[in-house]
Design a protein. Structure first.
Lengths: 256, 476
């Protein structure tokens, strides 16, 4: 309805742009994260920084997997992004036994040595629960396509323009939840980290925020406290008592 | 036999109720038939039908109960006639809007239109807006009606007197009929429920106009504050009428006393927080409210219901009860209220609710006290007033047959809901998938029992109708 109309208009307005190949996706972050939930992720073959070979399903069969994308030569967000991921996850206990993180390179030029370099740069060489990996051309296309990971190579610099995407996958290879974006999404990533460790997270922020909330949720601490909306629940009773008192005092000139 | 003319406004309410009720029952039978897999071509109409049936039934029996309570009230206080006319006009307008949004717009968000569903459905935006407008008209009308009746009470009683506080101090002057006490309690709580509706509607309109979203938890709380409380109060208004009329058949008075005052004042205190039991599954609701909900659900059911049922039994026991269609319906209505109430108390226990939440157990209990409780009481009162005005000969055997038809049909129909609920069949499923395929056979039997009830009701309505026509000629 309202949202649909707006979305439809947006699509219509953007059709020419979308048609001109590889512009950055125009949808809102909430929308793009939301559509991924429930998608099946292809079971690709991985070659890891330790030189071993594994399938993605070998990992997800042991528990949930958080997949993210990077490339070694990135002069832009990759390293700070991965640092942020590392720290945000660490704040909620970090990966290890409960879940694993796969940082997958999407640059076919990356080698095992490049993976080792990236892991070392982040201080994650032998960190429990972390896997740095590369995969084959078709498999890379399959997985980036399945999770709508957007990237575009700049022919002059050789650098990639790309999404900062994290996708949590369950034991059957289905997307549990996706997080798109960097530090402004810290709260959501911390929630996700806690959730992957089996902690129940009952609160999620909705896009745009609500006018009168029952709770104010603090993503930094993960706690919530009562907000003004709860007071609205007292209003009906208050009005009823006031109305009764007013009516009956006005009717004080009783009939015989 | 002396006759007492009926008020023309009550006669209009009788016509409205008896016109709408069978149509809404047919929608109920339609739903059960679709669930039984009998008429799958009509499946797309299940949810619009459910919405119209739910809002329609709640609305019809609320206004019918208000009309009966107002009629009883008019024996004790003076009501401004314009108030009743406004109530009729507003209700009819609201119903027309409701019919339009469901039949033309296929609006189907269910009777409590939980936020944000009305704004997110398959139906066109105009039908959601029409639905909200319909509720606005109905809410505003009933709000003024409630305040008007309270004002009429205030012309004769002070607030303390209307709530019976002087009985607590041992005084019985002025004499307060229990019906006035219960009506006062229900109307004050009703004003609170309607204010809650105003807030919900305002937040919906705010979103429509500015796009500003609302807090889903707040909306759910407010919606159930309104919905649960209103239904609950409709029941109490019906009970108020029973307090007034049953004694006339028993030939003994049923007076206000300390216990009656205490129990109904308790109701006023806690009926407003009982609705929390609708949010047991909402884990973001603060835990303390869940416990308040459980305690209040028990506490609002037990004193009033136990005191009333006990009082009714004492009234009837060894009295020279004059049993006719009206008194039988009053008595059975209180019994239905009690039985449905037991079902409700079971479900409002948190540990049980974890199993029964959103199963057919929920419609089972509220249909018991709405159909075999409130509707019986109201139909009883309608018959009582028409017969009082028309004084036609009553055929005892035939009336007993009608009672048997309606009671057997109704309880057979409830039983299928209870059984299906106990066997984990969820509510609000148009089609039962294989895992809960057993739901379909319960639905088939329920459709048959409901048809039996409908036949009983139509014959009863014909009996009331004959007296209604005679009453119309002498109406005041
Ligand atoms: C005797 C005739 C009646 C029949 C055959 C009937 C049938 C039904 C059926 C089949 C449902 C859907 C159950 C489901 O969730 O699968 C339903 C729901 C409902 N009924 Fe009735 N009913 C009757 C009387 C009443 C009365 C007197 C009321 C008065 C308040 C009422 C209020 C409701 C409400 C509020 C719902 C829930 C709608 C929703 O979930 O949004 N019904 N009824
Ligand atoms: Cu990068």
């Amino acid at each position: 309805m309202r949202g649909h109309c707006a979305a439809l208009l947006a699509i219509l307005a953007l059709l020419p742009v979308l048609a001109s190949s590889d512009a950055a996706p125009a949808r809102s972050i909430d929308w793009r994260e939301g559509v991924l939930t429930g998608r099946m992720v292809p079971d690709i073959a991985l070659r890891t920084a330790s030189g071993g070979a594994q399938r993605l399903s070998d990992l997800w069969r042991q528990g949930p997997v958080l997949v993210t994308f990077f490339y070694r030569r990135c002069a832009g967000i990759c390293t700070p992004f991965l640092e942020w991921v590392r720290d945000a996850l660490q704040a909620t206990g970090g990966p290890g036994r409960e879940y694993r993180v796969v940082a997958l390179s999407f640059d076919e030029a990356d080698t095992i040595a490049a993976l080792q370099g990236q892991a070392a740069a982040l201080g994650l060489r032998d960190a429990p629960g972390w896997t740095f990996a590369i995969t084959g051309t078709e498999e890379l296309a399959a997985i980036t396509g399945a999770v709508d990971f957007w990237q575009r190579r700049n022919p002059t610099t050789g650098q990639y323009d790309h999404d900062a995407l994290l996708v949590a996958i369950d034991g059957q290879g289905r997307v549990l939840r996706a997080v798109l974006g960097g530090p402004e999404a810290s709260g959501r990533l911390r929630n996700l980290g806690a959730e992957l460790r089996g902690t129940f997270v009952p609160f999620y922020r909705v896009a745009g925020g609500a006018s009168w909330r029952c709770f104010a949720f603090d993503p930094a601490t993960g706690r919530s406290r009562l907000d003004w909306g709860m007071l609205l629940l007292l209003l009906p009773a208050l009005c009823a008592v006031t109305a009764a008192l007013l009516l009956f005092s006005a009717g004080a000139s009783r009939e015989p | 036999m002396t006759t007492r003319p009926a008020s023309s406004q009550l006669l209009i309410w009788i016509a409205i109720t008896f016109l709408l009720f069978p149509v809404l029952i047919l929608l109920g039978i339609l739903m059960r038939s679709i669930q039984a897999g009998e008429i799958s071509a009509l499946q797309p109409w299940f949810y619009p039908a459910m919405t119209l049936h739910g809002v329609g039934m709640v609305g019809v029996w609320y206004v019918a109960a208000m009309a009966c309570a107002a009629d009883v009230l008019s024996r004790h206080v003076t009501l401004p006639p314009a108030l009743g006319r406004l109530a009729i006009a507003g209700t009819v307008l609201g119903v027309v809007l409701l019919l339009a949004c469901v039949l033309l717009g296929r609006f189907a968000a269910g009777w409590y239109f939980l936020y944000p569903l009305p704004l997110k459905g398959e139906w066109p935006l105009w039908s959601a807006v029409t639905f909200l407008l319909s509720l606005t008209v109905l809410g505003a009308t009933w709000f003024i009606w409630s305040l008007g009746l309270l004002w009429a009470i205030s012309r004769r009683f002070s607030l303390g007197q209307a709530l019976g506080w002087h009985y607590l101090a041992g005084r019985t002057d002025p004499v307060l009929p229990p019906s006035v006490l219960i009506t006062t309690v229900s109307l004050i709580a009703g004003v609170a429920a309607l204010v809650s509706a105003v807030i919900v509607l305002a937040l919906f309109y705010l979103e429509l106009l500015t796009g500003q979203a609302s807090d889903a938890l707040l909306m759910k709380n407010l919606t159930f504050f309104f919905g649960h409380t209103l239904v609950n109060l409709a029941m109490y208004l019906g009970v108020a009428v029973a307090y007034e009329i049953l004694p006339e058949y028993a030939g003994r008075p049923w007076k206000t006393n300390k216990i009656v005052v205490v129990s109904w004042n308790t109701v006023l205190l806690i009926v407003l927080v009982a609705y929390f039991h609708h949010l047991y599954m909402d884990f973001v609701q603060p835990g303390i409210l869940q416990y308040i909900g459980q305690v209040a659900s028990y506490a609002s059911a037990i004193p009033a219901a136990v005191v009333t049922i006990f009082g009714a039994l004492l009234l009837v026991y060894r009295s020279r009860m004059r049993w006719n269609l009206a008194s039988l319906l009053f008595f059975l209505g209180l019994v239905g209220w009690a039985i449905g109430g037991v079902g409700a108390v079971i479900d409002s226990t948190i540990s049980v609710n974890a199993r029964l939440h959103n199963t057919l157990w929920v419609p089972a209990h509220f249909h018991t006290y709405m159909v075999a409780g409130l509707a019986f009481l109201v139909i009883g009162y309608f018959y009582h007033r028409c017969q009082e005005a028309a004084a036609l000969r009553e055929s005892k055997g035939y009336h007993q047959l009608l009672i048997v038809l309606m009671t057997a049909g109704a309880y057979g129909f409830f039983l299928m809901f209870y059984l299906a609920g106990a066997f984990s069949v969820p509510r609000r499923f148009a089609v039962y998938p294989v895992e809960i395929g057993h739901g379909a056979s319960f639905a088939g039997w329920a459709a048959l029992f409901a048809t039996l009830f409908l036949v009983g009701f139509v014959l009863t309505a014909t009996e009331v109708g004959r007296r209604w026509r005679a009453a119309l000629s002498s109406a005041t």
